[in-house]
Ligand binder design. Structure first.
Ligand SMILES: Cc1ncc(COP(=O)(O)O)c(C=O)c1O
Length: 394
Protein backbone atom coordinates (compact mmCIF):
# COMPACT_ATOMS: atom_id res chain seq x y z
CA UNK A 1 0.00 0.00 0.00
CA UNK A 2 2.63 2.55 0.99
CA UNK A 3 5.44 1.50 -1.35
CA UNK A 4 4.63 4.12 -3.99
CA UNK A 5 4.49 7.02 -1.56
CA UNK A 6 7.14 9.71 -1.81
CA UNK A 7 8.13 11.50 1.39
CA UNK A 8 6.23 14.75 1.89
CA UNK A 9 8.51 17.79 1.59
CA UNK A 10 9.91 18.77 5.00
CA UNK A 11 8.35 21.82 6.63
CA UNK A 12 11.05 24.47 6.32
CA UNK A 13 10.37 26.10 9.66
CA UNK A 14 10.36 22.76 11.53
CA UNK A 15 13.62 21.81 9.77
CA UNK A 16 15.11 25.11 10.94
CA UNK A 17 14.17 24.29 14.55
CA UNK A 18 16.10 21.01 14.20
CA UNK A 19 19.19 22.80 12.89
CA UNK A 20 18.99 25.39 15.67
CA UNK A 21 18.74 22.74 18.38
CA UNK A 22 21.75 20.88 16.97
CA UNK A 23 23.90 24.04 16.82
CA UNK A 24 26.37 23.96 19.77
CA UNK A 25 27.24 27.70 19.62
CA UNK A 26 26.14 29.28 22.93
CA UNK A 27 25.48 32.70 21.36
CA UNK A 28 23.19 31.40 18.58
CA UNK A 29 20.07 33.50 17.93
CA UNK A 30 16.65 32.00 17.07
CA UNK A 31 14.52 34.35 14.97
CA UNK A 32 12.77 31.46 13.21
CA UNK A 33 9.77 29.76 14.72
CA UNK A 34 6.57 31.87 15.03
CA UNK A 35 5.99 31.65 18.75
CA UNK A 36 6.11 34.56 21.21
CA UNK A 37 9.07 34.38 23.58
CA UNK A 38 9.94 36.50 26.57
CA UNK A 39 13.35 37.99 27.33
CA UNK A 40 14.55 34.63 28.67
CA UNK A 41 13.52 32.87 25.45
CA UNK A 42 10.60 31.09 27.16
CA UNK A 43 7.00 30.87 25.98
CA UNK A 44 5.09 31.03 29.24
CA UNK A 45 1.53 30.06 30.14
CA UNK A 46 -0.22 33.41 30.64
CA UNK A 47 -1.25 34.16 34.25
CA UNK A 48 -4.98 34.49 33.56
CA UNK A 49 -5.01 31.31 31.48
CA UNK A 50 -3.30 29.36 34.26
CA UNK A 51 -5.85 30.62 36.79
CA UNK A 52 -8.73 29.77 34.43
CA UNK A 53 -7.33 26.26 34.02
CA UNK A 54 -7.27 25.83 37.80
CA UNK A 55 -10.89 26.91 38.03
CA UNK A 56 -11.80 24.60 35.19
CA UNK A 57 -10.15 21.65 36.88
CA UNK A 58 -12.07 22.32 40.09
CA UNK A 59 -15.46 23.00 38.54
CA UNK A 60 -15.60 20.52 35.68
CA UNK A 61 -17.69 17.50 36.65
CA UNK A 62 -18.19 15.90 33.25
CA UNK A 63 -16.36 15.51 29.98
CA UNK A 64 -19.36 14.50 27.95
CA UNK A 65 -19.70 15.89 24.41
CA UNK A 66 -20.44 19.60 24.01
CA UNK A 67 -21.66 19.63 20.42
CA UNK A 68 -20.34 20.42 16.95
CA UNK A 69 -19.91 24.15 17.62
CA UNK A 70 -17.99 23.53 20.85
CA UNK A 71 -18.27 26.00 23.73
CA UNK A 72 -21.00 28.49 22.88
CA UNK A 73 -19.88 30.98 25.58
CA UNK A 74 -16.43 30.93 24.00
CA UNK A 75 -17.91 31.50 20.55
CA UNK A 76 -19.90 34.54 21.69
CA UNK A 77 -16.89 36.01 23.51
CA UNK A 78 -14.71 35.51 20.42
CA UNK A 79 -17.26 37.22 18.16
CA UNK A 80 -17.31 40.23 20.51
CA UNK A 81 -13.52 40.32 20.64
CA UNK A 82 -13.31 40.43 16.85
CA UNK A 83 -16.42 42.38 15.82
CA UNK A 84 -16.68 44.54 18.97
CA UNK A 85 -19.40 44.87 21.58
CA UNK A 86 -21.78 46.27 18.97
CA UNK A 87 -21.53 43.13 16.81
CA UNK A 88 -24.78 42.39 14.98
CA UNK A 89 -25.39 39.01 16.64
CA UNK A 90 -28.56 38.48 14.61
CA UNK A 91 -26.44 37.95 11.45
CA UNK A 92 -23.28 36.42 12.96
CA UNK A 93 -22.70 32.74 13.79
CA UNK A 94 -19.51 31.18 15.16
CA UNK A 95 -18.09 27.72 15.71
CA UNK A 96 -15.16 26.80 17.89
CA UNK A 97 -12.41 25.21 15.80
CA UNK A 98 -9.12 23.39 16.39
CA UNK A 99 -6.86 26.48 16.26
CA UNK A 100 -6.81 29.21 13.65
CA UNK A 101 -5.78 26.60 11.08
CA UNK A 102 -8.88 24.54 11.88
CA UNK A 103 -11.01 27.68 11.59
CA UNK A 104 -9.49 28.48 8.19
CA UNK A 105 -10.24 24.98 6.97
CA UNK A 106 -13.77 25.04 8.34
CA UNK A 107 -14.53 28.31 6.55
CA UNK A 108 -12.88 26.97 3.39
CA UNK A 109 -15.11 23.88 3.51
CA UNK A 110 -18.15 26.13 3.87
CA UNK A 111 -17.04 28.19 0.85
CA UNK A 112 -16.58 25.02 -1.16
CA UNK A 113 -20.21 24.14 -0.50
CA UNK A 114 -21.53 27.43 -1.87
CA UNK A 115 -23.05 27.61 -5.31
CA UNK A 116 -20.24 29.58 -6.90
CA UNK A 117 -17.30 27.25 -6.00
CA UNK A 118 -15.26 30.38 -5.45
CA UNK A 119 -11.69 31.40 -6.08
CA UNK A 120 -9.76 32.60 -3.03
CA UNK A 121 -7.29 35.47 -3.50
CA UNK A 122 -4.29 35.28 -1.19
CA UNK A 123 -1.70 37.98 -0.58
CA UNK A 124 1.71 37.38 -2.12
CA UNK A 125 3.45 36.57 0.16
CA UNK A 126 1.26 35.04 2.83
CA UNK A 127 1.47 32.61 5.72
CA UNK A 128 2.76 29.36 4.11
CA UNK A 129 -0.16 27.30 5.43
CA UNK A 130 -2.86 29.38 3.73
CA UNK A 131 -2.38 27.79 0.35
CA UNK A 132 -2.34 24.13 1.49
CA UNK A 133 -5.41 24.65 3.67
CA UNK A 134 -7.40 26.32 0.88
CA UNK A 135 -6.25 23.68 -1.62
CA UNK A 136 -7.18 20.85 0.76
CA UNK A 137 -10.74 22.16 0.74
CA UNK A 138 -10.67 22.11 -3.06
CA UNK A 139 -10.74 25.87 -3.63
CA UNK A 140 -9.12 27.65 -6.57
CA UNK A 141 -6.37 30.08 -5.64
CA UNK A 142 -5.19 33.37 -7.11
CA UNK A 143 -2.72 35.80 -5.62
CA UNK A 144 -2.63 39.57 -5.30
CA UNK A 145 0.66 41.49 -4.93
CA UNK A 146 1.17 42.73 -1.40
CA UNK A 147 4.72 43.51 -0.37
CA UNK A 148 7.56 45.58 -1.77
CA UNK A 149 10.71 43.92 -0.42
CA UNK A 150 12.93 46.91 -1.27
CA UNK A 151 10.97 49.46 0.78
CA UNK A 152 9.20 47.13 3.23
CA UNK A 153 5.88 48.78 2.30
CA UNK A 154 2.55 47.40 1.12
CA UNK A 155 2.15 47.52 -2.69
CA UNK A 156 -1.27 48.95 -2.19
CA UNK A 157 -1.97 50.24 -5.69
CA UNK A 158 -0.92 46.90 -7.20
CA UNK A 159 -3.04 45.05 -4.64
CA UNK A 160 -6.13 47.08 -5.55
CA UNK A 161 -5.45 46.77 -9.27
CA UNK A 162 -5.29 42.97 -8.97
CA UNK A 163 -8.42 42.76 -6.85
CA UNK A 164 -10.28 44.90 -9.41
CA UNK A 165 -9.89 41.97 -11.81
CA UNK A 166 -11.54 39.54 -9.37
CA UNK A 167 -14.94 38.18 -10.37
CA UNK A 168 -18.18 38.69 -8.51
CA UNK A 169 -18.33 36.08 -5.73
CA UNK A 170 -14.55 35.62 -5.44
CA UNK A 171 -13.13 35.52 -1.93
CA UNK A 172 -10.38 37.87 -0.71
CA UNK A 173 -8.29 36.64 2.19
CA UNK A 174 -7.03 39.54 4.33
CA UNK A 175 -4.79 39.37 7.38
CA UNK A 176 -6.80 41.15 10.08
CA UNK A 177 -3.62 42.63 11.56
CA UNK A 178 0.11 41.88 11.91
CA UNK A 179 0.58 40.46 8.40
CA UNK A 180 2.54 37.19 8.39
CA UNK A 181 5.28 37.05 7.10
CA UNK A 182 5.88 40.72 6.30
CA UNK A 183 4.67 42.76 9.30
CA UNK A 184 3.45 45.38 6.79
CA UNK A 185 -0.18 46.29 7.43
CA UNK A 186 -2.96 48.29 5.83
CA UNK A 187 -3.72 51.64 7.47
CA UNK A 188 -7.28 52.82 8.15
CA UNK A 189 -7.63 54.62 4.80
CA UNK A 190 -6.42 51.53 2.96
CA UNK A 191 -8.87 49.28 4.82
CA UNK A 192 -11.59 51.71 3.81
CA UNK A 193 -10.51 51.54 0.17
CA UNK A 194 -10.46 47.72 0.29
CA UNK A 195 -13.93 47.76 1.86
CA UNK A 196 -15.25 50.00 -0.94
CA UNK A 197 -13.71 47.77 -3.59
CA UNK A 198 -15.07 44.59 -2.03
CA UNK A 199 -18.58 46.07 -1.94
CA UNK A 200 -18.33 47.47 -5.47
CA UNK A 201 -17.10 44.19 -6.98
CA UNK A 202 -19.27 41.84 -4.91
CA UNK A 203 -16.31 40.04 -3.32
CA UNK A 204 -16.47 38.09 -0.08
CA UNK A 205 -13.90 39.18 2.54
CA UNK A 206 -12.26 36.35 4.48
CA UNK A 207 -10.37 37.82 7.43
CA UNK A 208 -7.71 35.74 9.14
CA UNK A 209 -7.03 37.31 12.53
CA UNK A 210 -4.35 35.39 14.39
CA UNK A 211 -2.50 38.20 16.23
CA UNK A 212 -5.17 40.46 17.71
CA UNK A 213 -3.47 42.48 20.45
CA UNK A 214 0.05 42.03 19.04
CA UNK A 215 0.03 45.11 16.78
CA UNK A 216 -1.54 48.38 17.94
CA UNK A 217 -3.78 46.95 20.69
CA UNK A 218 -6.81 44.66 20.96
CA UNK A 219 -9.32 47.19 19.64
CA UNK A 220 -7.08 48.89 17.08
CA UNK A 221 -6.08 45.54 15.58
CA UNK A 222 -9.71 44.77 14.77
CA UNK A 223 -10.27 48.08 12.98
CA UNK A 224 -10.11 46.69 9.45
CA UNK A 225 -12.37 43.76 10.25
CA UNK A 226 -14.92 46.10 11.82
CA UNK A 227 -14.81 48.57 8.92
CA UNK A 228 -15.63 45.68 6.63
CA UNK A 229 -18.36 44.31 8.90
CA UNK A 230 -20.09 47.70 8.95
CA UNK A 231 -20.36 47.80 5.16
CA UNK A 232 -20.39 44.36 3.57
CA UNK A 233 -23.47 42.14 3.33
CA UNK A 234 -21.47 38.98 4.02
CA UNK A 235 -18.04 38.04 5.31
CA UNK A 236 -16.18 35.18 6.99
CA UNK A 237 -13.53 35.22 9.71
CA UNK A 238 -11.01 32.73 11.11
CA UNK A 239 -9.56 33.74 14.46
CA UNK A 240 -6.87 32.10 16.56
CA UNK A 241 -6.10 32.23 20.28
CA UNK A 242 -2.74 30.49 19.81
CA UNK A 243 -0.68 33.68 20.09
CA UNK A 244 -2.72 36.19 22.10
CA UNK A 245 -3.64 33.62 24.78
CA UNK A 246 -0.42 31.60 24.25
CA UNK A 247 -2.44 28.36 24.09
CA UNK A 248 -0.65 27.09 20.99
CA UNK A 249 -0.82 23.35 21.64
CA UNK A 250 -4.35 23.39 23.03
CA UNK A 251 -5.68 24.29 19.55
CA UNK A 252 -8.12 27.14 20.10
CA UNK A 253 -9.75 29.11 17.32
CA UNK A 254 -13.12 30.20 15.96
CA UNK A 255 -14.75 30.23 12.52
CA UNK A 256 -17.27 33.03 12.05
CA UNK A 257 -19.90 33.86 9.46
CA UNK A 258 -21.58 37.23 8.90
CA UNK A 259 -24.56 36.61 6.61
CA UNK A 260 -27.18 38.86 4.97
CA UNK A 261 -29.77 37.88 7.58
CA UNK A 262 -30.33 35.48 10.45
CA UNK A 263 -31.96 32.82 8.26
CA UNK A 264 -29.01 32.67 5.87
CA UNK A 265 -26.61 32.73 8.82
CA UNK A 266 -28.32 29.65 10.30
CA UNK A 267 -28.16 27.75 7.01
CA UNK A 268 -24.48 28.61 6.47
CA UNK A 269 -23.72 27.61 10.07
CA UNK A 270 -25.46 24.26 9.59
CA UNK A 271 -23.29 23.60 6.52
CA UNK A 272 -20.13 24.58 8.38
CA UNK A 273 -21.00 22.26 11.27
CA UNK A 274 -21.75 19.41 8.90
CA UNK A 275 -18.25 19.96 7.43
CA UNK A 276 -16.82 19.82 10.97
CA UNK A 277 -18.69 16.58 11.64
CA UNK A 278 -17.02 14.97 8.62
CA UNK A 279 -13.50 16.22 9.53
CA UNK A 280 -13.11 15.90 13.30
CA UNK A 281 -16.67 15.96 14.66
CA UNK A 282 -16.13 18.21 17.68
CA UNK A 283 -13.35 20.59 18.66
CA UNK A 284 -11.11 20.00 21.71
CA UNK A 285 -12.63 21.63 24.78
CA UNK A 286 -9.96 22.49 27.31
CA UNK A 287 -8.21 25.53 25.81
CA UNK A 288 -11.40 27.17 24.59
CA UNK A 289 -13.05 26.66 28.00
CA UNK A 290 -10.05 28.37 29.66
CA UNK A 291 -10.23 31.27 27.18
CA UNK A 292 -13.97 31.60 27.81
CA UNK A 293 -13.39 31.78 31.58
CA UNK A 294 -10.79 34.52 31.05
CA UNK A 295 -13.00 36.55 28.72
CA UNK A 296 -16.11 36.29 30.92
CA UNK A 297 -14.41 37.21 34.22
CA UNK A 298 -13.65 40.93 34.65
CA UNK A 299 -10.54 40.47 36.81
CA UNK A 300 -9.04 37.65 34.74
CA UNK A 301 -9.76 39.53 31.56
CA UNK A 302 -8.07 42.67 32.87
CA UNK A 303 -5.02 40.62 33.86
CA UNK A 304 -4.91 38.92 30.46
CA UNK A 305 -5.15 42.28 28.69
CA UNK A 306 -2.35 43.67 30.87
CA UNK A 307 -0.03 40.75 30.14
CA UNK A 308 -0.85 40.88 26.43
CA UNK A 309 -0.10 44.60 26.44
CA UNK A 310 3.30 43.93 28.04
CA UNK A 311 4.08 41.48 25.24
CA UNK A 312 2.96 43.94 22.58
CA UNK A 313 4.98 46.82 24.02
CA UNK A 314 8.04 44.60 24.35
CA UNK A 315 7.86 43.72 20.65
CA UNK A 316 7.48 47.39 19.74
CA UNK A 317 10.52 48.29 21.86
CA UNK A 318 12.56 45.53 20.24
CA UNK A 319 11.55 46.78 16.79
CA UNK A 320 12.78 50.29 17.54
CA UNK A 321 16.04 49.06 19.13
CA UNK A 322 16.71 46.72 16.20
CA UNK A 323 15.98 49.39 13.57
CA UNK A 324 18.30 51.81 15.40
CA UNK A 325 21.10 49.22 15.61
CA UNK A 326 20.70 48.44 11.90
CA UNK A 327 20.83 52.14 11.10
CA UNK A 328 24.06 52.51 13.11
CA UNK A 329 25.70 49.45 11.62
CA UNK A 330 24.63 50.01 8.00
CA UNK A 331 24.85 53.81 8.00
CA UNK A 332 21.58 53.79 6.09
CA UNK A 333 17.85 53.89 6.57
CA UNK A 334 17.37 50.66 4.59
CA UNK A 335 15.90 48.80 7.56
CA UNK A 336 13.92 51.64 9.16
CA UNK A 337 10.69 49.95 8.11
CA UNK A 338 11.21 47.37 10.88
CA UNK A 339 10.21 50.00 13.46
CA UNK A 340 6.96 50.86 11.72
CA UNK A 341 5.89 47.28 11.06
CA UNK A 342 3.58 45.62 13.53
CA UNK A 343 3.16 42.17 15.04
CA UNK A 344 5.58 39.34 15.56
CA UNK A 345 7.18 39.33 12.12
CA UNK A 346 9.11 41.43 9.66
CA UNK A 347 10.68 40.39 6.43
CA UNK A 348 14.15 41.89 6.13
CA UNK A 349 14.51 41.57 2.36
CA UNK A 350 17.65 39.38 2.36
CA UNK A 351 18.35 36.70 -0.24
CA UNK A 352 18.24 32.98 0.66
CA UNK A 353 22.06 32.93 0.31
CA UNK A 354 22.43 35.79 2.79
CA UNK A 355 20.08 34.07 5.23
CA UNK A 356 22.15 30.91 4.90
CA UNK A 357 25.39 32.81 5.53
CA UNK A 358 23.88 34.31 8.69
CA UNK A 359 23.11 30.82 9.94
CA UNK A 360 26.43 29.24 9.02
CA UNK A 361 28.78 32.11 9.85
CA UNK A 362 26.97 33.80 12.74
CA UNK A 363 24.55 31.28 14.24
CA UNK A 364 21.60 33.58 13.40
CA UNK A 365 18.52 31.58 12.41
CA UNK A 366 15.65 33.04 10.39
CA UNK A 367 13.22 31.66 7.81
CA UNK A 368 14.67 31.42 4.26
CA UNK A 369 12.58 34.35 3.01
CA UNK A 370 14.33 36.47 5.74
CA UNK A 371 11.26 36.59 8.00
CA UNK A 372 12.31 37.29 11.57
CA UNK A 373 10.39 36.68 14.77
CA UNK A 374 10.75 40.04 16.52
CA UNK A 375 10.13 38.45 19.94
CA UNK A 376 13.37 36.49 19.51
CA UNK A 377 15.60 39.59 19.08
CA UNK A 378 18.33 39.66 21.74
CA UNK A 379 17.85 42.91 23.71
CA UNK A 380 21.42 43.15 24.91
CA UNK A 381 23.13 42.15 21.64
CA UNK A 382 21.31 44.23 19.05
CA UNK A 383 24.42 45.85 17.56
CA UNK A 384 26.22 42.51 17.33
CA UNK A 385 23.23 41.06 15.47
CA UNK A 386 22.87 44.13 13.23
CA UNK A 387 26.59 43.94 12.42
CA UNK A 388 26.26 40.28 11.41
CA UNK A 389 23.32 41.14 9.14
CA UNK A 390 25.17 44.05 7.52
CA UNK A 391 28.24 41.81 7.01
CA UNK A 392 26.34 39.44 4.70
CA UNK A 393 24.80 42.20 2.58
CA UNK A 394 27.59 42.41 -0.01
C1 LIG B 1 -1.56 34.21 9.56
C2 LIG B 1 -1.87 33.06 10.45
N1 LIG B 1 -3.09 32.54 10.43
C3 LIG B 1 -3.43 31.51 11.21
C4 LIG B 1 -2.53 30.94 12.06
C5 LIG B 1 -3.06 29.79 12.86
O1 LIG B 1 -2.38 29.29 13.88
P1 LIG B 1 -2.97 28.11 14.78
O2 LIG B 1 -3.57 27.10 13.89
O3 LIG B 1 -1.77 27.61 15.51
O4 LIG B 1 -3.98 28.74 15.68
C6 LIG B 1 -1.22 31.43 12.12
C7 LIG B 1 -0.19 30.83 12.97
O5 LIG B 1 0.99 30.95 12.81
C8 LIG B 1 -0.88 32.53 11.29
O6 LIG B 1 0.33 33.07 11.30
Amino acid sequence: MFEDLKPAPADKILALIGLYRADPRPDKVDLGVGVYKGRDGKTVVMRAVREAEKRLLQAQDTKTYLGLAGDTGFNTAMVKLAFGLGADMTRIRAAQAPGGSGALRLVAELLKRTRSDPTVWLSDPTWPNHMPVMRAAGLQIREYPYFDAASGAVRFDDMLAALRTASDGDVVMLHGCCHNPTGANLDAAQWQAVTDLVVERGLLPFVDIAYQGFGDGLEADALGLRLLAAKVPEMVVASSCSKNFAVYRDRVGAAMILAKDGGQADVAMSQMLSAARAMYSMPPDHGAAAVRIVLEDDALRADWEAELEEMRLRMLRLRVQFAEALRRQSNSDRFDFVASHRGMFSRLGLTEAQVERLRVEHGVYMVGDSRINVAGLPEDRMDELAKAIVSVLD
